[in-house]
Design a protein around this ligand. Structure first.
Ligand code: ZN
Length: 541
């Protein structure tokens, strides 16, 4: 007796042969049957659903986002569409009045001077003093690598011991905080409790399920005081025990210092430790910033600011120390690198790591180390990545956001192989899809559209940006299913629909594989199941 049977649908299994069935049966949280609707009628099941031609895919997996930051961004002031510093201030004032502070601070996220219609300047301390002269205020730029503080916040930040080490990134006059300094204020928030994490996670996972997402690789210890990872891990483990998680979480673990990381390892944690719903993923490291803020590390100066090549987040030796610790416990490593300078540095270091371990089962890189973002690549860098079998965690949805600034930042002549998703795949570099939410929306449908069309959401530019790097719908769906499962060593249990695998699935109201252009954006998630349990349903299926 099956628990549930779905029939009369298009079940795209995403297996190697792209096998399609009409019906799928589930039992005990796993896939127990795949076949025709006729065969399905012969089977007994506790519940049956007529799919009426809808598309079923393996549940979507997002291989890099920040789910707790996403949830925090929902309860902090959103400035994503503000057209001027004045609008940021006005909205911030309303938000402060209506919602009050979060853990003692007025926080905001999402302003982007590139979208300002007048002068394209950063928001400043003087602007934020108009929001409050009593409470500390920090508004983070959309990229997350730049923030601006009001006078109260700046005063508190400057008193911190940690601030002295990064004083080069703090401009007390304008209030602008860059890179590691942009996270300092988070250490001053009232402490994050396990209950608070559970609240944030509960809010975040409901939104993920609504987009058909059933697994995430999430970076959550960022910008927290030393040791605060314990609250996050404790909260996730508590939710797991209570069977309250509705997404599978693979934690990308980020630490302030090698000492803090050692404490984590000594507590017995390393990649793979955990359960089917909460597991420790890779050590997450940063090697540079973002392109929008001109903090991505380039090998030569920015075209639109010849005075800078960006920012290297950690010294080479610091990165090496972190990586050596990870290697000593067989821990996977994932490094944020956007600029060609940062990618070069990261590939060199990861190649050392790969060589130190040696190949296993025919794989040069058995721990599956990889690069998160890998945007400003060159043919030479791509060759190096392929040679070391490094993974690329890519964000197609960055294309519509970034395509308007790439040429200004690096110039046409350096754009030969950037955001080169198709080239990567054709070269045999393993790629997996992600959103980096809350930097971008985690709508997988939007991400697939961006990968396939390489256009903004109004369909511009005609024919797509760097169109030779467009992916097929099949390739784009693989980024968020089968290819994503590989990153977390889940290829035997997730990523495709096969008998015996976990019953994580998404039902879409129309067949993505028959859509082109902006039609793709019209696809809606009708139902999401995790381990056979319905965690989201748009209406009657
Ligand atoms: Zn990120």
């Amino acid at each position: 007796m099956l628990d549930q049977i779905f029939f009369n649908g298009v079940i795209q299994t995403m297996d190697d042969n792209e096998t399609i069935y009409e019906a799928i049966g589930l039992k005990d949280g796993k896939i127990a049957f795949l076949g025709s609707s006729l065969e399905a009628l012969e089977l007994e099941a506790l519940a049956g659903h007529d799919l009426q031609g809808k598309l079923v895919l393996p549940g979507f997996m997002d291989t890099h986002l920040h789910i707790l930051e996403y949830a925090v961004s929902k309860i902090t002031a959103p400035f994503f569409d503000c057209a001027s510093p004045e609008e940021v201030v006005a909205r911030g004032q309303v938000f402060a009045r209506e919602k009050g502070p979060y853990r003692g601070w007025l926080l905001g996220w999402g302003w982007n001077q590139n979208l300002f219609t007048g002068e394209q300047r950063f928001v400043t301390r003087a602007d934020l003093d108009l929001v409050s002269t009593e409470l500390p205020v920090v508004y983070t730029r959309v990229c997350g690598h730049i923030a601006v503080a009001n006078s109260v916040a700046m005063e508190r930040i400057l008193q911190m011991e940690e601030a002295k080490k990064v004083s080069a990134y703090i401009d007390a006059e304008t209030g602008v905080l860059q890179e590691s300094a942009a996270f300092l204020h988070k250490l001053l928030l009232e402490p994050l409790t396990e209950e608070a994490v559970i609240q944030l996670m509960t809010m975040g996972q409901a939104d993920l399920n609504r987009e058909g997402i059933t697994s995430i690789h999430s970076t959550d210890f960022m910008g927290m005081p030393d040791g605060a990872w314990r609250q996050v891990v404790g909260a996730m483990e508590a939710m797991d025990r209570a069977q309250a998680l509705t997404v599978r979480v693979y934690e990308q673990c980020l630490f302030n210092t090698p000492e803090e990381f050692e404490g984590f390892l000594e507590a017995g944690y390393t990649t793979g430790v955990g359960s089917a719903f909460f597991r420790i993923g890779p050590l997450k490291l940063f090697s540079d910033g973002s392109l929008g803020a001109r903090t991505a590390l380039l090998s030569a100066p920015y075209s639109d600011d010849p005075g800078t090549t960006g920012i290297q987040s950690f010294e080479k030796e610091e990165l090496r120390a972190f990586m050596a610790l990870a290697e000593s416990r067989g821990m996977q490593v994932a490094v944020h690198a956007i600029g060609d300078g940062a990618i070069d540095l990261t590939v060199t270091l990861l190649e050392e790591l790969v060589k130190a371990r040696g190949s296993a089962n025919g794989h040069l890189n058995p721990l599956r180390h990889g690069i998160i973002h890998a945007q400003l690549t060159t043919q030479v860098l791509l060759e190096k990545m392929r040679r070391a079998e490094l993974l690329a965690y890519i964000q197609p949805v960055f294309v519509p956001s970034d395509m308007g600034i790439v040429e200004a930042r690096i110039g046409r002549e350096r754009m030969d192989k950037v955001y080169a998703w198709k080239t990567m795949r054709d070269m045999g570099i393993r790629t997996a899809g992600s959103s980096d939410a809350p930097v971008e929306s985690f709508s997988v449908v939007e991400n697939i559209y961006a990968a396939v069309e390489r256009c903004d959401f109004s369909g511009e530019p005609d024919g797509g940006w760097l169109p030779e790097e467009k992916l097929s719908v099949m390739e784009a769906v693989r980024l968020f299913t089968s290819d994503a499962a590989y990153v977390s060593f889940d290829e035997a249990s997730l990523g495709t629909l096969e008998v015996g695998k976990l019953a994580d699935l998404v039902v879409l109201d129309r067949n993505l594989f028959e859509l082109t252009g902006r039609e793709l954006l019209e696809a809606k998630v009708a139902m999401t199941l995790v381990g056979g349990r319905v965690v989201y349903e748009a209406g009657e299926v």
